[in-house]
Design a protein around this ligand. Structure first.
Ligand code: ADP
Ligand code: MG
Length: 662
């Protein structure tokens, strides 16, 4: 009998070497392995006949062995067999696989899957005994990532073995609490050995549900803890008059929305309960100055403030911006190793270097920029401090009301829903295949005229995907090669992504800010608020793969200095709904409206796809699946949480330095 916590070392078929390989990938228990879902599935459930074989699509048929042979053609041995059914005969062939002939006894029938090669032979077909419960053929077959270092057939057998002998802890199994919820064990079978495609969808929805339940639970817990925190915060009496609200040093007039949010925050800071507020505003709407005003007043009164950015680039940008907006407060940029004094009242800006030292900084206020990079769990870490700081989280991700009520119910909300005056909307175009070459020429022309401009080119993936259903999805590695050729001797092209060495990432970033790079090929990392003043053009490959909110964030990266920005969406999708979506995006410039549009028009269908690149930190669920979110809330309300043990308890994030990109 296995259960979720059984070590994989104790699982039949897994030896020590295999175990160590898996452990390196963070997979050491039965639960870890079962939750490592197949990359995709092959549908071998339809049984065809020999006459149906083609060189295009793999099919499965039942064949009877008529002859076999084994011969050598150096450097390898070759095994071959002929099988027949009532529609014909076909030759099967293997290299260096002498065991196969032991299995293929003359006169016996097998389930065989494969497709023809150019010579009309089946090379290395899957062959399986004709039993009702086959693993590799005659059914929908899971395909796992090669990164586990286990041969796929073996992995299938191991997982099948586990599922046949698995005992699920009742407290983990939601079916114990609800009649209409499927047993977890079945769900896992659906995900690994589905009988129909519907079962895969059902399985994924269930994991998404599990994930949402944990988020709701965490949110409720934080809300409760927070409500008990009266008089435990840094009790600050600010008493700021309207006249004192904004320091003279701010060189522009705040928008009405900025003013409203600033007042609200200043009021919160004077309460005897710590603030936990989310500040939402489109990219470029000016959240930083709002947070800065709050920091300013606290520091003027002798408190410290911490600002946590998701990346080093952003931290140093905030440092520069805030120093110029608020020249008369002490502002420090902290790196992980820096040995600065932390006890003077100041604004401390950094990434994990700040998070790790919150106990020394003892801030009255912690500001998190771009909250989606940090899990809920992560942020509540600051609760462990003796004095509870106020918390302000800034994000450009529009979070619809339903989500706000369900999953972020522990947060108060301020929205900046207008842009500073004088911003030019980014001109956005949907570009088809036939216009690709001429767009490159157009970009080249723009680069050569007028003021200095930079181009950001975004690809969904870093490398070609091993998952064949992502064939044709642009990746940084290949695109960089292509673009380097296109712009050879015309522009300096560079690439940046999270799998590059940190040092390389830093070098590229420095060159980028020094204006030495004209075209940057990258992943959606730029989404996270990087302020490249000279970026004027953003090109997004496979635009159909991104949610509109993500696209909008990406688009917000250009034209930040007030120059005209351009956004080119490359998409070869022929689906009408996709094209319509992207066309809406070209016209609509309001982030919240775009997010709502997506919510109404996408939803459950997305669950089968990849998670939206970059935007979320959910593994299975999708923020856009409103229906699931509302049913998660209903289920959570009815769930006896004392008896329930969440399957997907949130693992706390490692406190290591965040990479620049991901
Ligand atoms: P985001 O909300 O994306 O974080 P920022 O805070 O970085 O936006 O602001 C974007 C730019 O707009 C900054 O250069 C900032 O100084 C400027 N800015 C902010 N508010 C105003 C305003 N009311 N008028 C003019 N410029 C502003
Ligand atoms: Mg920002």
């Amino acid at each position: 009998m296995y259960n979720f916590s059984t070590s994989l070392l104790d699982v039949k078929g897994i030896g020590e070497k295999t175990f160590l390989g898996l452990e390196q990938k963070g997979i050491s228990t039965v639960q870890d392995l079962l939750l490592s879902l197949p990359l995709h599935y092959l549908d071998r459930s339809q049984i065809g006949q020999i006459k149906d074989l083609t060189d295009e699509k793999e099919i499965t048929f039942i064949g009877e062995v008529t002859t076999t042979s084994n011969f050598f053609r150096r450097p390898r041995s070759i095994q071959s067999a002929t099988v027949k059914d009532e529609t014909g005969r076909i030759k099967l062939m293997w290299f260096n696989n002498k065991f196969i002939l032991k299995k293929l006894q003359k006169g016996q029938s097998f389930l065989i899957s494969g497709k023809l090669n150019k010579k009309g032979t089946l090379v290395h077909p899957q062959v399986e005994d004709l039993v009702a419960d086959s693993i590799h053929t005659g059914r929908i077959v899971p395909v796992y990532s090669g990164k586990y270092g286990i041969q796929i057939g073996k992995l299938r057998r191991v997982i099948k073995g586990i599922l046949d002998d698995l005992e699920v802890n009742q407290a983990t199994d939601l079916s114990q609490f609800f009649d209409n919820i499927q047993e977890l064990k079945n769900i896992l079978k659906y995900l690994h050995f589905p009988e129909t495609k519907d079962q895969v969808v059902q399985g994924k929805e269930r994991l998404a549900l599990e994930e949402l339940l944990v988020l709701i639970q965490t949110s409720n817990r934080i809300k409760k803890e927070w409500s008990e925190l009266f008089n435990q915060g840094n009790i600050v009496k600010l008493n700021i008059s309207e006249k004192q609200l904004l320091p003279q040093s701010i060189p522009f007039t705040l928008t009405a929305a900025q003013l409203r949010s600033t007042r609200k925050i200043i009021t919160d800071l004077s309460q005897s309960k710590p603030m936990n507020r989310l500040l939402i505003g489109d990219v470029g709407s000016g959240k930083t100055v709002v947070a800065g005003v709050a920091a300013y007043h606290l520091i003027k009164r002798g408190y410290s403030v911490a600002l946590v950015a998701p990346t080093k680039i952003l931290a140093s940008q905030h440092f520069d911006t805030l120093r110029s907006l608020f020249p008369d407060i002490d502002i420090n940029l902290l790196t992980v190793g820096s040995k600065q004094e932390l006890d003077k009242p100041a604004l401390y800006i950094g990434t994990h270097g700040v998070v790790n030292r919150l106990d020394k900084i003892k801030p009255a206020l912690v500001i998190y920029d771009e909250q989606h990079r940090f899990g809920v769990a992560h942020r509540s870490a600051s609760l462990e401090l003796d004095l509870k700081p106020h918390i302000l989280t800034m994000t450009a991700t529009p979070i619809p009301r339903s989500l706000m009520l369900t999953i972020f119910s522990h947060l108060e909300l301020s929205v900046i829903d207008e842009m500073p005056k004088g911003r030019k909307p980014v001109e956005t175009y949907l570009v088809g295949k036939e216009k690709r070459a001429s767009s490159y020429q157009w970009i080249e022309k723009l680069l050569n005229e007028g003021e200095k401009k930079q181009v950001i080119l975004v690809c969904p993936f870093i490398e070609p995907s091993e998952n064949e259903s992502f064939d044709g999805v642009a990746n940084v590695t290949d695109k960089y090669d292509e673009i380097s050729k296109v712009f050879k001797n015309k522009a300096k092209v560079a690439k940046l992504h999270g799998r590059m060495k940190k040092k390389e990432q830093e070098e590229i970033t420095d060159q980028l800010f020094a204006g030495k790079i004209d075209v940057l090929v990258t992943t959606p990392i730029v989404e996270v608020g990087v302020d490249l003043p000279e970026a004027a053009i953003i090109v997004i490959e496979n635009a159909e793969r991104f949610g509109l909110a993500s696209l909008h964030q990406l688009r917000g990266r250009v034209g930040r200095r007030g120059q005209q920005g351009y956004c080119l969406l490359f998409s070869e999708s022929k689906t009408q709904t996709t094209r319509d979506r992207l066309k809406v995006f070209c016209e609509e410039k309001n982030g919240m409206k775009l997010a709502e549009f997506d919510l109404q028009n996408r939803g459950a269908g997305d669950i089968f796809g990849m998670s939206q690149s970059g935007l979320d930190n959910l593994k299975y669920a999708n923020w856009a699946n409103i229906e699931l979110i509302s049913s998660a809330r209903t289920i959570y309300n009815e769930l006896d949480t004392n008896k329930w043990e969440p399957l997907l308890a949130i693992k706390s994030q490692k406190k290591e330095n965040l990479p620049l990109a991901n």
